[in-house]
Design a binder for this molecule. Structure first.
Ligand code: CP3
Length: 348
């Protein structure tokens, strides 16, 4: 039997030291790529793109063909869970996501886990097709939004500036808010489990809006629910690595570092690489954290900043990534240069 080589991303997550860290980028498939815009135009709506396996597979593979990243992330969106639970979700051109907002505890009865699996079947079909088409050395990442971030879209009805509605609900009516969060924890465990079943060998949980919560609320509504997801998932799949991304939490990142069910902590640009190397890396692998704006700038400035980050983090457990997703203004050639710089790095 042919022996299967362990993929670099998995080796790094297990704590192996590699010559240079594995690299993939959040939102590596997206509007900065002309070939993505072409498929997007053919698909029509954004959700049609997510739910048509041929299209989702194609756009997942595009950045791998161009750049040979160490990992692909399945093309989908965090909002497929609210959609699967029965909430209306749509995308307005230039405005981002819109949802039919939950207005209070009475609306919780409208949500049901009963048909999530059927509704999200195209996502699992895309994962199977993508895994079959990916190069042997490329890992495939599945993902979901963390309960607090999902709840923010579900309650605010879309992106929010002040998170006023969700905070009024969470702070004023924590018991019914807990019911919503618990429902989302269960839905996330199921969705990640089914993504792993279909062929994802690593998963990432995005808590994009964790940073708006003060410390004690952060523990209740971000750390705890993400940990509950990780525990539930590891009970089913002990070997599945889990990356968590609590964006914007600053030094409260310390709350996530010792939980043994978390394998890596993705950090945004507000966290210093030096601090992360000292405070986080001894406990957990660190993923990050080039500023997406530097990837737009390119040239010497990008090279310098990339090497600074590598100098601080690459000799420990490190996965190279951005501090947040690639923005549409990014010149594709800068991405190619970034991959070269990271691959030329040597910790030996
Ligand atoms: O390449 C990848 O990273 C995989 C695909 C992916 C998308 N969304 C595709 C997408 C992933 C992992 C996400 C996660 C996601 N979606 C998050 C968490 C990460 C983060 O950015 O904080 C959030 C908050 C969402 C919700 C969402 N979806 C928003 C706010 C938007 C609008 C933003 C925008 O750039 O217009 C989306 C749409 C979306 N999801 C796009 C992509 C490529 C842009 C859609 C387009 O083509 O017009």
């Amino acid at each position: 039997m042919k022996e299967k080589k362990t993929r670099n991303l998995i080796r790094a997550l297990r704590g192996e030291r590699l010559k240079s860290p594995p690299i993939w980028l959040m939102r590596q498939a997206g509007r900065y790529l002309p070939e993505y815009r072409a498929v997007r135009a053919k698909a029509g709506g954004f959700l049609d793109l997510c739910y048509t396996p041929d299209f989702a597979t194609e756009v997942t593979l595009q950045p791998i063909r161009r750049y040979g990243f160490d990992a692909a992330i399945i093309f989908s969106d965090i909002l497929v869970i609210p959609h699967g639970l029965g909430q209306a979700v749509w995308f307005e051109e230039g405005e981002g996501p819109k949802l039919e907002a939950l207005s209070g505890p009475g609306d919780l009865a409208k949500l049901s886990r009963a048909s999530v699996e059927d509704k999200l079947a195209p996502v699992y079909a895309a994962i199977r097709a993508t895994r079959a088409a990916l190069p042997e050395e490329t890992a495939l990442i599945g993902f979901c939004g963390a309960p607090f971030t999902l709840a923010s879209y579900m309650i605010e009805g879309g992106s929010s500036r002040d998170f006023f509605k969700i905070k009024q609900w969470a702070y004023g009516h924590p018991d019914s808010f807990r019911r919503l969060i618990d429902l989302l924890v269960e839905a996330c465990i199921d969705h990640l489990d089914r993504q792993a079943e279909a062929g994802c060998e690593v998963v990432q949980i995005f808590d994009s809006w964790a940073g708006v919560l003060p410390e004690e609320q952060l523990f209740r509504w971000s750390v705890q629910p993400m940990h509950a997801i990780a525990k539930g998932l590891k009970a089913r799949r002990p070997d599945l690595p889990i990356i968590v991304f609590p964006r914007g939490v600053g030094p409260a990142a310390l709350m996530y570092r010792r939980l043994q069910e978390f394998d890596a902590l993705s950090i945004d640009t507000a966290i210093g690489a030096h601090w992360a190397a000292e405070q986080l890396q001894p406990h957990i692998a660190v993923q990050g954290n080039l500023d997406p704006a530097m990837l737009v700038t390119g040239g010497e400035a990008m090279a310098h900043e990339t090497k600074r980050i590598l100098g601080k983090l690459a000799s420990g457990r490190h996965i190279f990534n951005l501090g947040h997703g690639i923005v549409p203004q990014t010149p594709p050639d800068n991405v190619a240069r970034l991959v070269e710089i990271v691959r030329e790095w040597s910790t030996r």
